[in-house]
Design a binder for this molecule. Structure first.
Ligand code: ADP
Length: 290
């Protein structure tokens, strides 16, 4: 199964071009869509989830025209939106059962089996009688995955699922996502590089509505292999460094800026070679250094 997105464009009424000629081919497995806030990720996810219209372009899931067959797409879609809104004060078990009814599980026994199975899968079975509105952020996201897996979707879209989760919750969430079947297309939209590094073999980087990288995570790393150097500097040296070098990023380490630069050979003056990470690729692409 393959999702083919061709030349998708969307401009909002205020003039913001959220998608600018986006083309991507996405096969089964976990695909990472990485980009800063405002890059257009949610617009793309909502368009694929048939919740909003594009201005132009096409999307095909194998030979199904996604933009024209909304009902057919919804039957095979699992969607975990960025904002779930307000949860009613009913137990996870009851809410999931209700959502399963809406998705066509009318037979009571079958529905109960499904609800129990999904709650076990996302490690919420022991909390099934608690109200979802009382859940922690991580538990809510796991509940979100359970609802999104009702009906065995072929296309699963999760939009910024780990924002706001603590490291333990994030790990639990990763483990659940990584267990979704290999026959499913899973698109993980995120601004968190680590999400993509840990879970995805294939990825794209979106910036200002444009695709600035599309390929494997390993090929992305190869772009900067052996070219990343680092140095800890004083804050007042930063400006000069930015003039002299291709600065990828600067972040505080123990209160002092740690600068990463991209260079073909080792610069003098105290730089040491760093292992290039996906985060270095990400910032290099956003700053158009590679
Ligand atoms: P991301 O999910 O990557 O943060 P979005 O798709 O939410 O990006 O937004 C892309 C751009 O479109 C941003 O500049 C955002 O402000 C703008 N935008 C999003 N939704 C709307 C809307 N309904 N009306 C006008 N502008 C919007």
């Amino acid at each position: 199964m393959q999702l083919n997105i061709s030349n998708l464009t969307k401009q909002y009424a205020n003039g913001v071009k959220a998608l600018d000629d986006v083309s991507l081919q996405i096969g089964t497995g976990m695909f990472g869509l990485l980009g800063p806030n405002g890059a257009g990720k949610s617009t793309l996810m909502r368009t694929l989830a048939t919740l909003q219209e594009a201005d132009s372009g096409q999307v095909f899931l194998d030979d199904m025209d996604v933009l024209k067959n909304k009902d057919a797409v919804r039957r095979i879609l699992g969607y975990l939106p960025q904002e779930f809104g307000v949860y009613p004060r009913v137990s996870a078990m009851v809410l999931l059962g209700h959502l399963a009814t809406l998705k066509g599980y009318h037979h009571k026994k079958e529905r109960k089996e499904l609800v129990d199975y999904l709650l076990q899968k996302v490690n919420l079975f022991e909390h099934r009688k608690k109200s979802v509105s009382s859940y922690s952020g991580g538990m809510r996201q796991r509940f979100g995955i359970a609802q999104c897996l009702i009906g065995n979707p072929k296309l699963v879209i999760v939009d910024e699922p780990t924002a706001g989760l603590d490291p333990g919750e994030r790990n639990r969430f990763y483990n659940i996502l990584s267990e979704i079947g290999e026959e499913t297309i899973v698109i993980l939209s995120t601004h968190i590089v680590q999400d993509v590094r840990e879970l995805c073999t294939n990825m794209a980087i979106l910036n200002e509505g444009k695709v600035v990288y599309h390929g494997t995570t390993n090929d992305a790393l190869a772009l900067i292999q052996g070219k990343v150097y680092e140095k800890q500097v004083d804050k007042d040296q930063l400006k000069q460094l930015r003039e002299d070098f291709n600065v990828i990023s600067s972040k505080l380490v123990a209160g002092k800026p740690q600068v990463h630069i991209l260079a073909d050979s080792k610069p003098e003056n105290g730089f040491s070679q760093a292992e290039g990470t996906l985060e270095d690729v990400y910032f290099s692409k956003l700053h158009q250094l590679v």
